[in-house]
Design a protein around this ligand. Structure first.
Ligand code: ARG
Length: 352
């Protein structure tokens, strides 16, 4: 713990050009605190810096150009489920900002708070006599919600309630107020029939299952968000066979035969679905980035990091967009997937 703490604190003082004697003072204070209590408490400034650097170090993220604009809410003083829920609502409202989405993280005390949902906003998934309604990715967490009293309407897009657990006690369930959740119905300007598919998606992806690892401490509840890249919705969430599997219906609407994969009906349906996602978000004034622009922004990030004498690490398989991969520069070079800290990390599922 002390070694990891020291590494982080040294990085904090170095990047923020703080005085050497202050660094030494903070290091000996932390050493003392760890000796007495087995752990230490980050200052709010350390936490703010660490959360930003954790984003900068996220090898799978193409959106890292904006790492330094992250808004950080230090919520380590909240231990009542209701208060934590209110803080999460505040996060949703602040981040949504009527569509002008703000990258935001809320950090709760480690070893005490856990959010069972993998994103703050997600659609339920139900297995009803052999058929799946809603998001198949949410089946397990939906079951947990039902155990705690949730009765969904069983539409394809039921908002899941939040499950909040404090100190390993029985978790508590909280419904999200509909008016706080910005959603975008999908339309396509060239295809009148598209809106009849009744598709929509939510505006803000807020990952709530990953831990925030900093200086030897992992904050298990630290939900964070950016804005969407359109392929996340149009090439994965609504397109994957294992998710909403919409490509066959879209191809049919386009009048394409789905009999032979070789006529590229999937590819053509994908393009129109992604076009619809971009267009619908834009028309409603909700921030979203297309994969070409995101790749250009990532290029700027790489240049910016080089100027600051930092190596960019990355996970090629995640950084290359799932559409038109080879049109981006990312496709054409290798990335070093070394994991730096601070970072955001996967954690054990809290209910398995
Ligand atoms: N891919 C996830 C989803 O479709 C969201 C992951 C985070 N994405 C982001 N743009 N910050 O819901």
């Amino acid at each position: 713990m002390l070694e990891k703490a020291t590494d982080f604190i040294m990085q904090f003082y170095k990047e923020n050009k703080q005085e050497e004697n202050k660094l030494q003072e903070r290091l000996s204070q932390i050493a003392h605190e760890i000796e007495l209590t087995g752990s230490y408490k980050h200052t709010t400034e350390e936490l703010h810096f660490g959360a930003k650097v954790a984003w900068r170090n996220s090898n799978k993220c193409i959106g890292r150009l904006f790492w330094n604009s992250l808004t950080v809410f230090d919520q380590r003083n909240l231990f009542r489920e209701e208060d934590i829920f209110q803080a999460l609502l505040q996060h949703i409202r602040f981040a949504t900002n009527e569509g002008k989405i703000r990258p935001t993280i809320s950090i709760f005390e480690h070893n005490r708070v856990r959010i069972w949902n993998d994103q703050l906003i997600r659609y339920a998934g139900y297995e009803v006599n052999g058929q799946i309604i809603g998001d198949p990715a949410s089946i397990e967490v939906t079951k947990q919600c039902e155990k705690l009293g949730f009765i969904g309407e069983k539409t394809r897009f039921d908002l899941l309630p939040l499950i909040i657990q404090v100190d390993g006690q029985m978790p508590k369930l909280f419904e999200l107020p509909k008016e706080d959740i910005l959603e975008i119905p999908l339309t396509h300007s060239a295809y009148k029939w598209f809106e009849k598919l009744d598709l929509k998606w939510y505006a803000v992806p807020i990952i709530s299952s990953m831990g925030f690892e900093i200086g030897g401490i992992t904050y298990e509840a630290a939900p964070f968000n950016g804005w969407y890249m359109e392929t996340e919705i149009g090439a994965r969430n609504l397109a994957d066979v294992e998710r909403y599997n919409m490509l066959p219906e879209i191809a049919e609407g386009m009048g394409l035969s789905t009999k032979k994969v070789s006529n590229l009906w999937q590819d053509r349906a994908l393009i129109e679905l992604n076009h619809a996602v971009l267009e619908s978000f834009k028309n409603q004034g909700v921030n979203i980035v297309d994969h070409h622009t995101a790749a250009q922004q990532f290029k700027l990030f790489e240049e910016q990091e080089a100027k600051n004498n930092r190596e960019v690490t990355g996970n090629w398989a995640w950084l290359v967009p799932p559409l038109a991969g080879a049109t981006t520069h990312i496709f054409h070079k290798p990335y070093d997937n070394t994991k730096k800290t601070p970072n955001y990390v996967y954690q054990k599922c809290p209910f398995h």
